[in-house]
Design a protein around this ligand. Structure first.
Ligand code: HQG
Length: 181
């Protein structure tokens, strides 16, 4: 599998497992899982060159560990990033004192007024370090990074979750917990 093909299939998996399972005629279960056999069959029906070996390779080598097989290897899901409603089932965990969120300069004023909102996804996504946050922000334009007083939020009753790939998730971040770096 070439790097280009790997990226293309990985993007297709993100689309199908996070946003639009209907693109390949699939449905996710309530926890976001889909049967691997079903995924492969539907890919084939849509002339998508996804084999079991390719899928294994993508899951294992994906830099952000975006996808995960179930324990019995029969199902697959995205670990975070969904826009479709899913119950990922992560237990609430105490966050580090500070987490980070990278965004683009054009969203800065709105975020400072309204806080961080989920927008089209199921959670606000936060990073454990500034470098990762800056990368996430640069996907949207000229990046800026906010520090979030996660420890104080947690003490104030806000729940935090950590996805299987390490990304931190929460429902919202009110503006008072945000500081522009
Ligand atoms: C912004 C990627 C205006 C928010 C990443 C962000 C992440 C507001 C954009 C994951 C706002 C939503 C998620 C407000 C938030 N006013 N703008 N009140 N509140 N925003 O893509 O966090 O590569 O849905 O700052 O690594 O950028 O796909 O969220 O800029 O983990 O695996 O609204 O996606 O992972 O954008 O990225 P997104 P995100 P993958």
């Amino acid at each position: 599998l070439s790097e280009k093909e790997t990226t293309r299939l990985s993007k297709l998996l993100s689309l199908v497992l996070r946003h639009n399972p209907g693109y390949l005629g699939l449905m996710l279960d309530a926890q976001g899982w889909v049967e691997v056999d079903m995924l492969l069959a539907q890919a084939k029906a849509h002339q998508v060159p996804l084999t079991r070996e390719n899928l294994q390779y993508i899951v294992e080598t994906n830099a952000k560990q975006r996808f995960r097989f179930s324990e019995d290897q029969q199902r697959i899901r995205a670990s975070q990033g969904h826009s479709v409603e899913v119950a990922l089932g992560y237990a609430p965990v105490p966050p580090p004192d500070v987490l980070y969120h990278g965004t683009a300069t054009r969203f800065q004023a709105s975020i400072q007024q309204q806080g961080l909102q989920k927008m089209s996804r199921q959670h606000v996504h936060l990073s454990a370090d500034v470098a990762t946050a800056r990368q996430v922000g640069s996907r949207h334009g000229q990046p800026v990074v906010f520090a979030i007083e996660a420890g104080r939020m947690h003490a104030d009753g806000y729940a935090f979750y950590q996805a299987d790939n390490g990304v931190w998730l929460t429902e919202e971040v009110p503006a008072k917990y945000l500081q522009l770096l």
